[in-house]
Design a protein around this ligand. Structure first.
Ligand SMILES: [Zn+2]
Length: 399
């Protein structure tokens, strides 16, 4: 095809007005973790002309209190109306990636973009917009990026992020911790998709199921960082089995999501405490991602068939050595094909999860019932995926 003019206008290339969205800098993991000290460019779906200083868009806004603020607690609720720090503003190109890391405005923009990114990812799996469960009262989610409080909470109309301080008083704001934000936005997404139980959060499986799925939302969101997948695959040389056997990738990368997800707990081995009780379900879903990844590797001649046959939670050292050598060589030769396989395994599971949540009844929610729906949604994609879910839920004593 003949081109009249080879020049691309700068504006179009930047995506500033082309609907590509807007650029921010995000840390895939908390920046104090080794290997994660540099933020990476990430696009969120809102175009620059629909973003306001704050940042703010149609779905959420940041308010950064100038003076110390108490955490929200009923009846103290949004909106925050006190004095605030100057809002984060876009650069001349309309993007927010020019803010100075460490500045108050960078922290505000980081919290905002992390939350919007998680929303973008799961709206993509759902194929529609998620309307906030508090939409009748509040149009938008309020994000408070800095509260002097060693916690973070997602509540009715707000996301509030505290600060962790070490022995010297050095602050690590949770607003820079993608995992914490993704987990909290995860709670808001789940409430929005299947509502609140009349009997409350602590009753039956409701709370534990919420925690498991908020952790899975965080894990799957982390797995959307290109560098996150690269790091994961390089650390284990393409063989995710080592996660379960040694559980050391998480130690190396400081990655809480992987550490929690690659657990080997069965339902009969956990207490009633909601975080503990959440682990078998989180583990079963994570194992289904790992199985789907290994299955694809074997099918494509990138790994020993044995990788698919063995029980990934009960591997001995000799077995591990014999299969990991083959995988490591294939990984060195074809790293991008490994990444493709992992992305596919991630997406089939995330899609099944996203289709399961809106089908849940909050007042009759059980791990078993949810696992049944998840297997069914898996079957809608492939018999093999349904089989993987079922095997893992049975091993965890959920089915
Ligand atoms: Zn939680």
């Amino acid at each position: 095809m003949r081109r009249q003019n080879g020049d691309l206008s700068v504006t179009e290339e930047d995506g500033a007005s082309s609907g590509l969205g807007c650029r921010f800098l995000l840390y895939p993991q908390a920046p104090y973790l080794s290997g994660y000290d540099k933020p990476e460019p990430v696009w969120i779906s809102t175009p620059p002309d629909r973003l306001q200083p704050g940042p703010a868009n149609r779905r959420m806004y940041v308010r950064d209190p100038l003076l110390e603020k108490e955490p929200y607690e009923f009846p103290y609720l949004p909106p925050f109306v006190g004095a605030t720090h100057p809002p984060a503003e876009a650069g001349p190109d309309g993007h927010f990636d020019q803010l100075q890391p460490g500045s108050r405005q960078f922290i505000a923009a980081h919290a905002f973009a992390s939350a919007q990114r998680v929303l973008d990812i799961f709206e993509s799996f759902l194929g529609r917009e998620i309307s906030w469960y508090f939409a009748d009262t509040y149009e938008r989610l309020e994000i408070i990026p800095w509260v002097e409080w060693r916690n973070a909470q997602s509540g009715f109309g707000f996301l509030e992020l505290g600060v962790d301080r070490d022995g010297n008083g050095e602050a690590s704001p949770f607003a820079l911790n993608f995992d914490v934000i993704a987990h909290e936005v995860g709670h808001a997404i789940l409430f929005s998709l299947y509502g609140v139980a009349e009997s409350g959060f602590g009753d039956g499986d409701f709370g534990a199921f919420h925690e498991a799925n908020a952790d899975l939302i965080s894990l799957i969101s982390f797995m959307h960082f290109d560098s996150g997948l690269d790091r994961l695959l390089r650390h284990c040389q393409g063989n995710l089995l080592v996660l379960n056997e040694l559980n050391r990738i998480a130690e190396l990368t400081g990655d809480r999501q992987i550490r929690l997800a690659s657990n080997a707990r069965r339902l009969s081995e956990v207490t009633g405490e909601i975080h503990d009780r959440s682990r078998p379900f989180t583990g079963a879903v994570f194992d289904t991602i790992v199985d789907g990844f290994h299955w694809r590797l074997a099918e494509r001649g990138l790994a020993d068939e044995a990788l698919v046959e063995i029980d990934i939670r009960e591997v001995d050292a000799a077995q591990m050595r014999s299969i990991s050598q083959f995988t490591a060589e294939a990984f060195r030769a074809r790293p991008y094909l490994f990444k493709t396989a992992l992305i596919e395994a991630r997406d089939e599971v995330a899609l099944a999860l996203a289709q399961t949540w809106p089908r849940l009844d909050p007042n009759a929610l059980s791990f078993m019932g949810a696992a049944d729906i998840l297997c069914d949604r898996g079957a809608a994609q492939s018999a093999a995926l349904a089989q993987r879910f079922e095997t893992n839920f049975r091993w965890r004593e959920i089915l």
